[in-house]
Design a protein around this ligand. Structure first.
Ligand SMILES: Nc1ncnc2c1ncn2[C@@H]1O[C@H](COP(=O)(O)OP(=O)(O)OP(=O)(O)O)[C@@H](O)[C@H]1O
Ligand SMILES: [Mg+2]
Length: 634
């Protein structure tokens, strides 16, 4: 089979005709007339199309994988990526974050050809000017262009330390999306603590070469001692997701001050939402660790030992590059794998080494390297967000590890109250579906909940055991907001857009246990509330009849009806503090000449009604009243 490539058909089309093996390589017909079509084999035609793809080109064509597939997702995703970076930069600097977000719709429009509109098939979205400014560490001048202008370039990918960003993609994807939709460059202003002035760089990304294109730079004043401001022009669709994202980000970072100013429609008055910090305590800073041997794939270990240039021996290689491996442990591991400890690293048989690492008791990675939200801080944060919630509780598990990577889970629940109800989905009158807020390294995950382990485990729990109505395998049907948080030195995201957490049995198990603890607290609250409601109901019945009882007792005893009524009410109120008490006390003033105390016990199956009021002198009417009295209290 051959392929023809010509000017009119540069890609080449497959010709079904078989070409004799002795084809005319000179491109001439037998009669000597030159062919204007070159005949190629399929493999040759394919070879002509082959070229390397750089990550900027790849992600420019696949921005959907990073959350920039359409203007609605892209707007939230851009804000998320920039705010994540800001919070990471503040954490690196060890300061309480102050992040300002300004989102302003401009008159400029972005047109998308679509089938969604009936008339004409073109949808327009406003171009927004977005600025995110922080008081983080800033970026040193020589690195600004590279940091923001080369995809997969950053400070976090190779570090085994908990941070919101971990790939070197986020801000780059936002800049590429901005220049694709608005044609405008990014403006980066940054100042480190040692700079007198900030550097302002106007730049784009050349996606063909994955390099920055600096259009201009200058020194400018910056309102903070250090920090970074990123400004982009992006097409966006402003939906409630934006505000709920910032609200959830504030929930996950109670120590952060987040100020959001938005003009959703060009020319409108700005709306300001200010999430002040719930506490002034910096969470413990995350610590950097080396990788754990058990987290290594054989292929990665093979490459690592082949490229190693700093170690002379296999023992040194293991001790220097991996956590929890002492000299003695390295010797033990190498001996078990039949590798002499003093042989060069390249002699290591990676499969044998990993096998002995699995078999010998290799300690877990250190687990105190993480920076969780903290149970108290999470509770405080939830109380701030749901001030009228009837019940708030949190639970956490001790840190643990999956495949040598430390992680920790924390969960929280807010039950009942108008603010909780308005966050839940209303299924029908009076019935609400719970909401799940997923957090990974203190950052909300907004989309793709169905593919996310954090969401799936919530649905796996049998909430009916905890007195919450639930259809099999779905969320509880209750006014309830559940917060599920995972922190780790490497969150196992299922896609590069960081929308969902992938399945790991260890994480699932810890989450399940944490949610069950939460379930027990919720159950305790619901039982307590049901008891209270039952008691209130009982009390209200007493109250309903107190008037009649006091009238009847007044008839029987001659005592003042209003006094009896008042005393009865006092007794009812005092009994409500002791809900299990089953007796009602009626005190009658002594001057009436009647017994000073009438005790009426509630009937019980074994014990007939005992009303120590003499019935001998009673008229039929009084007897009838006596019967009524007993009935009231039955
Ligand atoms: N506001 C900022 N302050 C300081 N440094 C920043 C800021 N924004 C970005 N950077 C630097 O630029 C790098 C690239 O950022 P980018 O968001 O693309 O990747 P990342 O945060 O490392 O990982 P991820 O793709 O998961 O977000 C960061 O690693 C960081 O070093
Ligand atoms: Mg980032």
């Amino acid at each position: 089979m051959v392929v023809t490539a010509s000017e009119s058909n540069p890609q080449g089309t497959i010709k079904k005709k078989a070409q004799p093996s002795g084809r005319n390589k000179a491109g001439k017909r037998k009669d000597g007339v030159a062919l204007h079509k070159e005949l190629l084999t399929v493999a040759e035609a394919e070879a002509r199309k082959m070229r390397a793809v750089n990550p900027a080109q790849y992600y420019r064509q696949n921005l959907g994988q990073l959350g920039f597939g359409d203007p609605e997702h892209a707007l939230v995703q851009t804000i998320k990526e920039l705010m994540d970076n800001s919070l990471d930069a503040c954490e690196a600097m060890g300061v309480l974050p102050e992040v300002v977000v300004e989102l302003t719709a401009t008159a400029k429009q972005y047109e998308v050809v679509t089938n969604r509109t009936k008339d004409g098939g073109v949808r327009t979205f406003p171009i927004f000017r977005l600025a995110v400014e922080d008081n983080g560490c800033g970026v040193i001048r020589s690195k600004v262009a590279k940091c923001f202008g080369s995809v997969l370039y950053g400070s976090k990918f190779f570090s085994f330390k908990q941070s919101r960003g971990q790939q070197g993609l986020g801000v780059h994807a936002a800049i590429i999306y901005a220049q694709l939709t608005s044609l405008e460059p990014a403006i980066i202003t940054t100042k480190t603590e040692s700079d007198d002035k900030a550097l302002r760089v106007v730049m784009k990304i050349d996606t063909e070469k994955n390099t920055p294109v600096v259009l201009g730079s200058e020194e400018v004043e910056f309102p903070r001692p250090h920090g970074t401001r990123v400004e982009l022009m992006i097409a966006g669709d402003y939906t409630p997701k934006v505000e709920s994202f910032i609200k959830e980000l504030s929930l996950a970072n109670p120590h952060a001050d987040l100020k959001f100013t938005v003009v959703p429609v060009a020319g409108q008055e700005p709306k300001i939402i200010h999430f002040k910090r719930a506490n002034d305590t910096l969470p413990p800073p995350p610590k950097e660790i080396k990788p754990h041997l058990l987290s290594m794939e054989p292929g990665a270990l093979l490459e690592m030992k082949s490229n190693d240039t700093c170690c002379n021996t296999a023992r040194q290689f293991l001790v220097r590059h991996f956590v929890r491996i002492s000299d003695a442990k390295a010797e033990e591991l190498l001996k078990a794998s039949g590798i002499p400890a003093d042989s060069p690293p390249k002699d290591i048989d990676v499969e044998l080494l990993l096998k002995s690492a699995r078999e010998c008791e290799l300690m877990r990675p250190p687990l105190d390297v993480l920076s969780p939200i903290g149970e108290d801080a999470l509770r405080q944060s939830m109380r701030r967000m749901y001030p009228d919630a009837e019940f708030i509780c949190t639970a956490s598990r001790d840190p643990w590890s999956y495949r040598g990577v430390p992680f920790q889970v924390e969960v929280g629940a807010a039950y009942g109250g108008q603010s909780v109800i308005s966050d839940c989905e209303r299924v029908k009158e009076g019935v609400f579906r719970s909401k799940v807020i997923r957090l990974a390294n203190k950052c909300p995950l907004i989309y793709d909940s169905r593919d996310c382990l954090l969401y799936k485990v919530v649905k796996e729990i049998n909430w009916r055991n905890y007195r919450l109505p639930q259809d099999e395998g779905s969320l509880p049907m209750a006014p309830l907001v559940l917060v599920v948080s995972l922190v780790s030195t490497k969150v196992p995201y299922s896609v590069p857009g960081k929308f969902a957490v992938a399945y790991h049995e260890e994480i699932r198990e810890q989450l399940r246990l944490a949610l069950q603890t939460l379930g027990r607290s919720i159950q305790g609250f619901i039982s307590h509330r049901q008891r209270q409601e039952h008691e209130q109901h009982r009390q209200s019945i007493f109250q309903l009849y107190a008037k009649e009882i006091s009238r009847d007792i007044s008839l029987l005893t001659g005592a003042d009806q209003s006094v009896i009524f008042q005393k009865l009410m006092e007794t009812i109120k005092s009994k409500s503090k002791k809900p299990r008490s089953r007796s009602v006390e009626v005190r009658v003033p002594e001057e009436t000449g009647m017994p000073a105390e009438v005790t009426v016990s509630q009937p019980s199956p074994s014990d007939a009604t005992s009303v120590p009021v003499s019935t001998e002198a009673m008229t039929p009417r009084q007897k009838c009243i006596q019967f009524t009295l007993e009935d009231y209290l039955r």
